[in-house]
Design a protein around this ligand. Sequence first.
Ligand SMILES: Cc1cc2nc3c(=O)[nH]c(=O)nc-3n(C[C@H](O)[C@H](O)[C@H](O)COP(=O)(O)OP(=O)(O)OC[C@H]3O[C@@H](n4cnc5c(N)ncnc54)[C@H](O)[C@@H]3O)c2cc1C
Length: 256
Amino acid sequence: MSSPGFAEALVLRTQQLTPHMYRLTFRSEFAADFTLGAPGQYLKVLAPALGEAGPPVFDPDTYKSRMRTYTLRHVRPQVQEFDIDFVVHGEEGIAGPWAKQAKAGDRILISRPGTLKFTGEGADWHLFVADMAAIPAAAIELEGLPEHAVGDAFFEILSEADRQPVRAPAGINIHWIIKADSHAPSDELIDAVRSVTWRDGAPSVFVAGEFSIAGTLRSFFRKERPTRKDLTYVSSYWKLGLIEPEHKMFKAQAAA
Ligand SMILES: Cc1cc2nc3c(=O)[nH]c(=O)nc-3n(C[C@H](O)[C@H](O)[C@H](O)COP(=O)(O)OP(=O)(O)OC[C@H]3O[C@@H](n4cnc5c(N)ncnc54)[C@H](O)[C@@H]3O)c2cc1C
């Protein structure tokens, strides 16, 4: 069966960045068209479920329920390569468990990328809030900020050892919040944002992570700390207890 809109991606290298984050480097013909320096490109991956042999077979009846979304952490179009940083969040799911045991030579299918509609350009200061799934996207934004940028970045991680180097301007204070159980709801990120010193001028706000955290912060920014629409990105990347297609449906219903 051909796979319309998808291409194979070959695993070239794997690297365990931290206890719960694996970086996989892929080569794919699609990567020749990826854009260098574009903020927050993301794509769909179709990986084999654990126990399934070989590259995933494209099945028009089931592929939608198996696709998972990932940020392109680095792209090297000239050599058709890209990196994805996968959170390993337990035994459940397809992409996370697959990434943990993936090795050079394994294959997945990938879609062409989309791009986040967000830029902090024109903001006086910057606020970033991300859990582990969104650290890759937030890190790309931080790397693109001008040297003089100021602000705060809150990253929720699963353990002290999950801190990772993030290249940000010196004026961005990076705060690491440890939450050992990603399968239990918590308010640590929300409390941290509530207590941040609000600076003068217009902030850019980037929030991405678990559904309920994103929802609470969305209404916080709407009601208590109004921010400019064009400088605000709040997005849920996954939802406790739901697989990605269920989360997507839930998100669409919540927005309707
Ligand atoms: C635009 C965008 C960019 C993203 N970029 C990245 C990225 O670069 N790296 C990355 O790791 N993720 C990223 N994600 C999140 C990723 O798509 C989801 O975490 C996805 O559900 C993982 O698929 P899975 O097959 O491992 O688990 P699923 O089959 O979707 O879910 C299985 C179970 O695991 C739980 N679960 C799913 N994700 C997590 C998590 N992160 N922590 C704890 N429990 C979880 C679910 O609630 C469910 O109970 C991104 C999402 C979006 C929308």
